[in-house]
Design a protein around this ligand. Sequence first.
Ligand SMILES: Cc1cc2nc3c(=O)[nH]c(=O)nc-3n(C[C@H](O)[C@H](O)[C@H](O)COP(=O)(O)OP(=O)(O)OC[C@H]3O[C@@H](n4cnc5c(N)ncnc54)[C@H](O)[C@@H]3O)c2cc1C
Length: 405
Amino acid sequence: MTTRAVSFWLNPQELSFQSEQELPHLADVVVIGGGITGISTAYWLSHLGLRPVVLERGDLACGATGRNGGHFVFGTNQSFKDSVEAHGLADTLALWDFTQQSAQLLRDLAHQHNIDCDLRFNRLVYLAMAPAQAQSLQESCELMMSHDLAVKYWDKKEVDQNTQCSSFLAATVEPHHAQLWPAKLVVGLAKAAQQQQAHIQTQVEVQAVTRQAEGFSIMTNQGEIQTKAVVYATNALSYHLLPTLKGVIVPVRGQAIATAPTSQLFDFDWCLSNDTGYAIQRQDGRIIFGGMRWKSPTKEIGIEDDSTLEPLVGEGLKAFLRDTFPPLNDVAIEYEWTGIMGFTADENPLIGELPGRPGEYISAGYTGHGMPVAIAAGKAIAEQISGSAQTPIPKPFRPERFLLT
Ligand SMILES: Cc1cc2nc3c(=O)[nH]c(=O)nc-3n(C[C@H](O)[C@H](O)[C@H](O)COP(=O)(O)OP(=O)(O)OC[C@H]3O[C@@H](n4cnc5c(N)ncnc54)[C@H](O)[C@@H]3O)c2cc1C
């Protein structure tokens, strides 16, 4: 069977949305981008009684959201220890808390709106392949345990037994993690937002945002909209509309593969502890595996084209699965795709109002880990706009750390 160069997650399903025939001329809030961030923000805005208009230049979830690895990881992007060193304990715990809130919101939303997105709570195992990685895992694990965070350490014998292979030296196991079908979550949430009077329009590209005496003019390829507030949910591409973000959120291309359904090999999801690979095995037996961008001479930094594959990365992904897990020697690779992530220097996103630009909000720059942040981020931004702020945005996420007024 030949591999299809498309994302498994974007497989046939209705991703185009047109709430009405024509774009409205006025909106309470314009949300630019129809990935998890934009749709979550629109959901919460409409939940709070505002009428947002979402403008997406392609289909829903056609950006990173429909091209990712399907993980919903709790906690910090950096290791717990690195995060404590960088931000202190209180702010690191605030980041953990934010992702935990997001997970609870996800659980509630999926239940309340009957969103079938293959949501499955599972363990997450970080695997070390070198002594320095094993030591770093152990140090982070001990620090987490000392702060009552649930985590367990597997030594060499335990990791061999649990992975049925001998390539790993040690691992940590975190009991709270989820896997899901991201595009199905976005579509389900978009339908719920639409029922709450959100207006969602795909195939509309925003060309410019211009501040006016009151509010903003949003110029699109299908006409102009006047609005009081604007939310940039534009991920890696944010700098096209906000040049001040050039170099602050940097596009980095990621690549992933999906195997054919195969016998159950893992009863946990996993990541390589040096962040070079991440995998889930779905309930249908299919393994989704991404990473290995270090195999490309550019490390895929600065690349914005998600319509092509990097063969060196693709070969790295396939060779890793084949060479590390003998039962996967002959498994077919059915899908392979790329997507564009937005990276920041400290690996944390920018969430909130842009400094010195009242009425302009952003949530972007998740550095490859947006799923567990975007739902609570959308809620926090919607609350700020409606003046009912309840969800505190952790300090390490605030845009002012990069952007001066
Ligand atoms: C290969 C890969 C694997 C990943 N794995 C994981 C993972 O396992 N877990 C995880 O948490 N995260 C993962 N990520 C990151 C995650 O997908 C992102 O953090 C998340 O999807 C960001 O969501 P978003 O809505 O902010 O951005 P996007 O999904 O990129 O959406 C932004 C949208 O804005 C639209 N847009 C941009 N400019 C305009 C404009 N001018 N006008 C109109 N629309 C515009 C784009 O078309 C796009 O649809 C991965 C990413 C990739 C690429």
